[in-house]
Design a binder for this molecule. Structure first.
Ligand code: DGL
Length: 240
């Protein structure tokens, strides 16, 4: 597949609109990656700033917000819908899929598989919110893909707030990033999966703090999946 004009779509049919949401600006990392693959595609993005950060809220509230926003996006005609937030995916992905069975739903999954494949010393770190680390999605991904590697987990306390405030590579940002990464670096991780869509915005600070470490951002892989669903919704032929 590529970004050319559709081979067999009804020219009068409206182009699909991709719905995406996150607690704030984090999911824009996924939106950007998708728009690189499908420039000009329609995207409706919801930043739930009133409830940001999700990591600080009880799971039931995050679930309620994620369901309400997904229903709104579906009612506005969005298909697929991307839960561009690891925390909301951990808490609500199954519920959203059950509530909207006719809509393609894409969620974020901690990138343990690519991180395990890239690690040279078999020590992989996962940086995420507490909800993500305690969720069944993370545990399931660990069971499936963490064979043969040691996985060390760390919570990125305060990092979402840094990104929301636009404090991406200040001395304070570097010191908070260093604190969050400390358990992973002390554990000898040479590869770290960024399991919160806000964290890639802190990559310059992370690379300054941990120069030899490989950071894995799943945005591009998720964007590929979204592009495939978008093409299907647009009636775009798989085979050109
Ligand atoms: N971008 C969200 C995630 O991927 C941020 C979580 C939060 O708001 O605490 O987990």
């Amino acid at each position: 597949m590529n970004g050319d004009a559709p081979a067999c779509r009804d020219e009068n049919a409206p182009l699909p609109c991709v719905g995406m949401f996150d607690s704030g600006v984090g999911g824009l990392s996924v939106a950007r990656a998708f728009l690189k693959l499908r420039p000009g595609a329609r995207v409706r993005y919801v930043a739930d700033w009133e409830h940001c950060p999700y990591g600080a809220l009880p799971g039931e509230i995050v679930l309620g917000r994620a369901l309400a926003i997904s229903r709104e996006l579906a009612a506005a005609g969005c298909n697929p819908i991307v839960v561009a937030c690891n925390t909301a995916s951990a808490v609500a992905l199954a519920g959203i899929r059950a509530a909207l069975p006719d809509t393609g739903i894409v969620g974020m999954e901690p990138a343990i598989k690519p991180a395990a494949a890239l690690s040279r010393n078999g020590r992989v770190g996962v940086l995420a919110t507490a909800h993500t680390l305690s969720g069944g999605l993370f545990r399931g991904t660990m069971c499936k893909f963490a064979r043969g590697v040691r996985v060390i987990e760390a919570e990125g306390a305060g990092l979402v707030e840094l990104v929301e405030n636009g404090e991406l590579d200040t001395p304070r940002a570097r010191s908070m990033v260093a604190k969050a990464l400390a358990p992973l670096l002390e554990g000898g991780c040479d590869t770290i999966a960024l399991a919160c869509t806000h964290y890639p915005a802190l990559l310059p600070a992370m690379r300054a703090v941990a120069p030899g470490v490989l950071f894995v951002d799943p945005a591009e892989a998720v964007a590929q999946r979204v592009a495939a669903l978008y093409d299907r919704a647009a009636g775009r032929s798989e085979h050109k």
